[in-house]
Design a protein around this ligand. Structure first.
Ligand code: SF4
Ligand code: SF4
Length: 401
């Protein structure tokens, strides 16, 4: 094990960049929900576990869209921002009508021209609706796509199914091909199925899809779900990557984060590592909520009264629900504070800490798995660190003789 420096009081990770009058970081990123519904029915989806989603308009309202654009321009000007990042999200965001999406993107171009700031755009999609026209829109307006695909059809189609229970793999692959025809190379996000062989997933992404940088995430779950362990899966994944793929330049974000954390860095990623949850999510009615995955903790658990229809973007930071998530993300339970992997794991992802009895005051639901995975990674990489250290000495010695 590395000699990790343990502390009872976690440092607060402050977002780089400008601060408001109260010294709080200014938001420069938002998850923008273009649709609150989806065109498929993945079995592990966190989004529809919160019935409150159905009380939101199916797609972004015109009123909310106009108010958001105005508030975004005000926010950029007032805080003198050079850059603002928007990730279009759903449900399935491309259920948003194409003609309205084009108009929205043109409005963002207008804000860029008037303010001089860059509005960086991404979309997280299941790719089923990406025909040639949609792919060209994304390319023309520089929207970076990130596609969810869980591997070859035999794995993907177990969980990513349509409303009739039919697998969606073939249509997802078609969407990826359409993106490539338009000159776009999508990012890939896969959710691991612990009952399957990670080799099939990695081989598929690298060899079939020809993609070298991607992520593999554990299924979203809380202590109320009792999910299966993920250690055997991620240990095999690490070995596979380390022995066969690392030298080819293949990068898996979650593995990068785990290695970074275990080497003593702050491994904040979506999956693992200590860091403040500062995401703001805008719903289709203009309300500003905390990180969307937290709605897995129960009906209405992320609901707020803060809205672009009446508030500024920065006001989201004052909302009790947003503040609750932010504070919880920085406040680890006693078990985590005393854990040898605290710096690397950071208690795991916030939603995965939640239980009906203690709220977020728990270790991750995947705690035992994370411990085993971190232990294994350290066992594998620590001899290499010693070798790297000794190499210059050996070289120096051979030059002397
Ligand atoms: S594509 Fe995304 S939003 Fe739609 S059902 Fe699957 S996980 Fe949920
Ligand atoms: S979740 Fe488990 S492994 Fe992670 S910091 Fe907490 S106690 Fe340690």
């Amino acid at each position: 094990m590395p000699n990790l420096e343990l502390s009872q009081h976690m440092p607060i990770k402050v977002q780089d960049g400008p601060q408001d009058a109260s010294g709080n970081p200014v938001f420069n990123f938002i998850l923008l929900k273009l649709a609150s519904r989806c065109n498929i029915a993945c079995t592990y989806c966190y989004w529809f576990r919160d019935a409150e989603v159905y009380n939101k308009p199916a797609v972004l309202t015109i009123e909310a869209e106009d108010a958001f654009c105005q508030k975004l321009e005000d926010h950029i000007r007032e805080n003198d921002l050079d850059e603002f990042i928007i990730v279009f999200h759903g449900g399935e965001p491309l259920l948003y009508p194409k003609h309205r999406f084009v108009k929205l993107l043109q409005k963002f171009n207008g804000i860029e021209e008037r303010t001089g700031a860059t509005i960086v755009r991404g979309v997280s999609t299941n790719a089923l609706l990406i025909d040639d026209e949609y792919a060209e829109i994304l390319a023309k307006y520089e929207v970076n796509p990130s596609v969810s695909i869980d591997g070859p059809a035999e794995i993907h189609d177990k969980h990513r199914i349509d409303f009739k229970g039919k697998g969606t793999h073939a249509d997802t692959v078609k969407g990826i091909a359409n993106l490539r025809k338009a000159g776009l190379e999508p990012g890939i996000i896969a959710v691991c199925n612990p009952d399957t062989d990670p080799e099939k997933l990695v081989d598929y992404i690298v060899k079939e899809l020809g993609i070298k940088e991607f992520d593999i995430l554990p299924p979203d779950a809380t202590h109320a779900d009792n999910p299966p362990a993920i250690d055997a899966y991620f240990i095999k994944l690490f070995d596979l990557w380390y022995d066969n793929y690392a030298a080819e330049g293949v990068r898996i974000s979650t593995i990068d984060a785990m290695i970074g954390g275990i080497m003593g860095g702050m491994a904040a990623s979506d999956t693992i590592g200590y860091g403040a949850v500062e995401t703001v999510t805008m719903m289709t009615d203009g309300t500003l909520e905390p990180l969307d995955v937290l709605r897995i903790t129960g009906d209405g658990s992320t609901k707020t009264e803060t809205s672009v229809l009446k508030d500024t973007l920065q006001d989201a930071r004052k909302d009790p629900r947003w503040l609750g998530a932010y504070t919880a993300s920085l406040t680890l339970c006693e078990t985590c504070r005393n854990c040898e992997y605290m710096d690397a794991c950071g208690g795991g992802q916030l939603a995965q800490r939640w239980s009906p009895d203690n709220g977020y005051d728990n270790p991750s639901v995947y705690c035992e798995s994370w411990k085993n995975i971190f232990g294994h990674i350290w066992t594998r990489i620590s001899p290499t660190l010693v070798l790297d250290f000794q190499e210059p000495l050996t070289e120096a010695k051979s030059q002397q003789t």
